[in-house]
Design a protein around this ligand. Structure first.
Ligand code: F3S
Length: 393
């Protein structure tokens, strides 16, 4: 692939060993995927943070990079960690897990990756503009960046996103190119949707679309939170990194849905079937986990408002970023949630935290992505429903 003069110097080691090593990773990726050149990126979003998922090998890799003086060139934010970085003790995480988790986050911080620990960085300031190139790795955030914001990113792996952040560049292939952003599957939704129906729709669509680009037509107008849930679900049942919504998302007019090779219709029966399929048991949950992807402030407001009159029958986590959690505290929402017996949990979630070690057996979730991953990643059962139904069965 073509490298300009600065990129060649990076590749040759003139900017240090860690830049050279990162450039080698990017060139290797570019060669595999047929990129012709590099593009500058405006931000990175780095996964590979939870000690549960990256283990000792990941920790050693990061501490080695840190020791060799690696640092990022562009605004870079971190995906969720394996625990709440403040309240882990009270939540029952072990000292051993916590000490390693803290070392991982410290290694990233030393490289100047902001320890935001969230999968919704676009809610707290990492908001790429339409048409800008970025290197993001959390699949639901990638979907949101491409589809709702109109930025351009592939589904990067953790090391690829970090290498891109260190060089400020990424190879130009896949969703960085206009020709790969056209619709491949038209999805006409014939029923009204609300709440967890969006996750169910994403679950259905992801399975059919695979790596394709769905184009939706809806009766109503989904909210930003609905699109967050829809994209997360498609990225988990399939590998969808970009979708369009007729009249809503920024690139729908360039998506050419009439040339999509395939089309499907989805009705109320399909949604109901998918909702049932996403539950693995009829048992009652012993922990309700909301906030996958991490809650927006408005979602927390609505949960708090409901909890003023309703108490959950079991433990309740409302997962979000520390930044949104702090805003929720200032608004008094956290006090309301905690007075009802729930907890606003920052920095982590029900999938990347070792919830299986905390004695829970059945998780109640309103996220199709979480319902899809909890059985495999945590070995626990999942009950899928709207959050109000989970809290007040
Ligand atoms: Fe985020 Fe965890 Fe869901 S990382 S998208 S809350 S599985």
């Amino acid at each position: 692939m073509y490298l300009d003069r600065t990129e060649e110097r990076m590749y040759d080691g003139e900017f240090g060993e860690t830049v050279q090593q990162s450039m080698e990773i990017l060139v290797a990726l570019g060669d595999i995927y047929g990129a012709e050149r590099m593009v500058d990126i405006s931000s990175a979003q780095v996964s590979g943070v939870s000690y549960k998922t990256i283990g000792d090998a990941g920790l050693e890799y990061l501490e080695d990079l840190r020791a060799r003086g690696a640092g990022v060139k562009v605004a870079s934010t971190l995906n969720p960690a394996g625990m709440d970085l403040q309240r882990w003790r009270e939540m029952g995480f072990s000292e051993e897990f916590a000490s390693r988790q803290i070392r991982i986050v410290e290694a990233y911080s030393a490289m100047d990756v902001m320890n935001t620990c969230t999968c919704t960085p676009y809610l707290i300031g990492n908001v790429p503009l339409r048409g800008s190139h970025v290197a993001w790795s959390e699949s639901s955030a990638v979907s949101y960046a491409n589809s709702v914001l109109g930025a351009r990113t592939n589904r990067e792996g953790g090391p690829g996103a970090l290498a891109a952040a260190i060089c400020g560049k990424t190879p130009e292939y896949g969703y960085h190119l206009q020709e790969n952003r056209r619709a491949t599957l038209r999805v006409d939704v014939e029923c009204e949707l609300s709440g967890s129906d969006y996750g169910a729709l994403g679950y259905i669509t992801g399975k059919i679309a695979g790596e394709g680009v769905p184009y939706f037509t809806f009766n109503g107008h989904p909210s930003a939170d609905d699109l967050k849930a829809l994209g997360a679900a498609m990225a988990s049942s399939g590998a969808v990194a970009l979708y369009h919504v007729d009249g809503v998302t920024p690139e729908y007019m360039e998506a050419s849905p009439d040339e999509a090779g395939e089309s499907i219709t989805v009705d109320a029966g399909d949604i109901l079937e998918a909702r049932e399929e996403l539950s693995t048991t009829d048992d009652d949950p012993d922990l309700i986990c909301l906030g996958c992807p991490h809650c927006s402030l408005d979602e927390i407001r609505r949960i708090a408002s409901f909890l003023r009159k309703n108490k959950p029958a079991c433990d309740l986590w409302v997962c979000t970023s520390a930044a949104i959690g702090s805003a929720a505290s200032r608004m008094g929402y956290t006090d309301v949630i905690e007075a009802a017996g729930g907890m606003v949990v920052s920095d982590t979630c029900m999938v990347v935290a070792p919830v299986e070690d905390l004695g829970y057996e059945v998780l109640g979730v309103d996220s199709a992505k979480a319902a899809n991953y909890v059985p495999g990643m945590c070995g626990l059962d999942a009950v899928y429903d709207d959050w109000m139904n989970l809290i007040r069965p």
